[in-house]
Design a protein around this ligand. Structure first.
Ligand SMILES: *Cc1c(COP(=O)(O)O)cnc(C)c1O
Length: 410
């Protein structure tokens, strides 16, 4: 990885063309980074250059452009390996995103090894993508879905979690960071406890990978996934990491070209991982864009990213908690830069609509996490989610925007 360079916020913002956009006549304050992130010029230009002057398919070609495409994709697989500190590049499977990665594991690992009466354990914090695939698997296979609850602050209750783990627990699926509340889960402890009970662990890193260094070998998780579009890369591409012994034992998720060793009408044998899970022509333009996005994040360095986002979280929490009638949902001491809030007597859609008029982009809704919303007696919140490129001025604009909302509804 390239050595991180010290950057000013102005120069970093200048790398993101979209951050200069205006919305409804105001400078855009983009505070919806937990939904998707903006793209640095390096990603946009790399994809554009590849499409304009290097484009050719992967795997099949014997001609130069195709060989070069193949080499570029192999290089990105190695970058993903290094990014997660996986042991081997073959443990990196390219998928469409975190959702597809979780479905792949539910299908390929779930079906193979689960026995009736076994249990899948998730937490109350999970995104629908880390609930519904397990729920469907449980329904189909006669398994039981168990859910570890959270406390009022939004932290997983570790004693409850420990109590729910047992000899029947086959698999634990847990998020690294909650997209709805920002809670950072205590993965090292949770993974140790799960392994002690004999369960394998899938970590949903969709909100974790973009904001903190992740070491899958130090964590010792069995599976880990993230989405390219939430880490300043393109849509339509994501990564599933799996320990080789699991990937080898798993059934393919989809089947077709590129995932086979030999095919006849009587029998097909599969290629080894990762090819076994990558049926069809891969999203190779997006793979190349993802590689560029990971390089960009590495060039900033986790220390700078962490300091920037921590300062934004502290400022936003401090400023918003002084607004009368505003309740921050999710106050875990260990949190990522997400501030979800409820404004007394005002529907989040109304909050979001008025903020939109001020050029402020926030999410208003259930954040694909209805169960955790219910936990707090809500159907929706307004959520501001920050990235390192956001500024203190944008936090102040948000505060002024919320004051305007309160004025309108007074
Ligand atoms: C966004 C998100 C997902 C799903 O990611 P996709 O890119 O939509 O597949 C899963 N889990 C969490 C925590 C998320 O924030």
């Amino acid at each position: 990885m390239t050595a991180p360079e010290r950057r000013t916020i102005e120069s970093v913002r200048a790398d993101f063309p979209m951050l200069a956009a205006r919305m409804n006549g105001r400078p855009l304050a983009y505070l919806d980074n937990a939904a998707t992130t903006q793209k640095p010029r390096a990603v946009i230009e790399r994809m554009s250059r590849f499409l304009s002057s290097e484009y050719a398919t992967v795997h099949r070609g014997i001609y130069t452009f195709s060989q070069e495409s193949t080499r570029l994709c192999d290089e990105v697989r190695e970058k993903c390996r290094a990014f997660l500190n996986a042991a081997r590049p073959e443990e990196i499977v390219f998928v469409r995103g975190a959702t597809e990665a979780i479905n792949l594991v539910a299908h390929g690992y779930g079906r193979r090894a689960l026995r009736e009466g076994d249990e899948v354990l998730i937490t109350e914090l999970e995104h629908h993508s880390n609930i519904v695939p397990w729920q469907r698997l449980c329904q189909e296979r006669g398994l039981r879905l168990r859910v570890a609850p959270v406390n009022d602050a939004g932290e997983v209750l570790l004693e409850e979690y420990r109590r729910l783990l047992g000899p029947r627990t086959y698999l634990v699926a847990v998020t690294q960071v909650s997209n709805a509340l920002g809670t950072v889960t205590p993965l090292p402890e949770m993974i140790k406890m799960a392994h002690h009970a004999g369960a394998v662990v899938l970590v949903d890193g969709a909100q974790g990978a973009p904001h903190r260094a992740t070491d899958v070998r130090a964590l010792d998780c069995d599976f880990y996934c993230f989405s390219g579009h939430k880490i300043y890369g393109p849509t339509g591409i994501g990564v599933l990491y799996g320990k080789m012994k699991h990937l080898e034992a798993m059934d393919p998720y989809q089947s077709g070209g590129d995932m086979i060793e030999s095919v006849s009408f009587e029998e097909t044998t599969y290629a080894p991982p990762p090819a076994k899970f990558e049926a069809g022509t891969p999203a190779f333009v997006e793979i190349i864009g993802l590689g560029e996005a990971l390089d960009y994040v590495s060039s900033l360095g986790w220390e700078w990213i962490g300091a920037q986002e921590e300062a934004l979280l502290r400022l936003a929490t401090e400023r918003l908690s002084r607004i009368p009638g505003l309740r921050i949902i999710g106050q875990a001491p260990h949190k990522a830069a997400v501030v979800s809030f409820d404004l007394e007597g005002i529907h989040p859609h109304d909050v979001g609509t008025i903020l939109n008029e001020e050029g402020i982009a926030v999410r208003a809704g259930n954040h694909c996490a209805q169960p955790v919303m219910r936990r707090y007696g809500l159907t929706a919140t307004t959520r501001a989610s920050f990235a390192y490129y956001n500024t203190a001025e944008e936090v102040e604009a948000l505060v002024r925007g919320i004051e305007r909302v309160r004025g309108v509804f007074a």
